[in-house]
Design a protein around this ligand. Structure first.
Ligand code: SAH
Length: 220
């Protein structure tokens, strides 16, 4: 191992521990999620030039006007999705981006299906899944507003870009007791919602004020 890599490794171990302590202070209580964040190499999901900031609790640019989500938000959304049921079966993610949230989800699900509208981002994310031996993720280029009907119903759906309203197709592709975590609203006034499908309808709970890139229709 060369010195440069060793240096990054040591910095990142300290930085990862510090990040996890920060998330704890901010109210993340799930030990399995904190452990997943600690053991996932976030620096491999951003440009090398940004790797020294990879364990800061901030969103970072990933190109194409998109960002890797803030670690707190990744943890918060994953926690809301899992709650007491730590073994998810069939999960759908909309907005693969660099694939970081996908990888965290893949630790808690039997199968993750993820959709990204920007093909170049998807190609890089696929390389990371391969390099990190993440074998329970299928990824495709497409418009996430439509969901992925061939693999529905999903017991959990996570959306990482904000539409103005909840897409009907995503609600329809939830199984009974399935949970959808989604940021909704225009820039500057978005809410993170938890929507749960019940036997005879849906319930909705507002979790947080958030700031996500907009969900766009069609593919890029
Ligand atoms: N989960 C990602 C966050 C990426 S930002 C991460 O951890 O890095 C949100 C992503 O949603 C962007 O990559 C954007 O291209 C994608 N996106 C926006 N609208 C979309 C749509 N309609 N369908 C699929 N992906 C979409």
């Amino acid at each position: 191992m060369n010195i440069k890599h060793q240096g990054i490794g040591m910095t990142s171990q300290r930085a990862r521990n510090r990040l996890v302590e920060q998330l704890r202070t901010m109210g993340i209580v799930s030990e399995p999620i904190l452990e997943a964040i600690k053991s996932t190499p976030r620096h491999l999901f951003v440009d090398e030039a940004l790797s020294s900031r990879a364990y800061d609790n901030t969103a970072l640019p990933i190109g194409y006007n998109q960002t890797i989500s803030q670690p707190y938000i990744v943890a918060r959304m994953t926690e809301a999705l899992i709650e007491n049921n730590s073994a998810l079966q069939n999960v759908l993610e909309i907005g693969t981006g660099c694939g970081y949230q996908t990888l965290i989800l893949s630790r808690f699900a039997k199968q993750v299906s993820t959709i990204e509208r920007i093909d170049a981002l998807l190609a890089k994310a696929r390389e990371r899944f391969y390099a990190l031996k993440c074998r329970n993720v299928r990824a495709r280029n497409g418009d996430g507003n439509l969901g992925w009907p061939e693999h529905a119903p999903f017991d959990a759906i996570l959306v990482t870009a904000a539409p103005l309203g909840v897409p009907k197709q995503l609600m329809e592709q939830l199984s009974v007791n399935g949970r959808l975590v989604i940021p909704v609203g225009k820039s500057g006034e978005q809410s993170l919602l938890l929507i749960t499908r019940t036997e005879n309808g849906y319930t909705e709970k507002r979790l947080d004020s958030v700031s996500f890139v907009p969900m766009i229709e069609g593919i890029g």
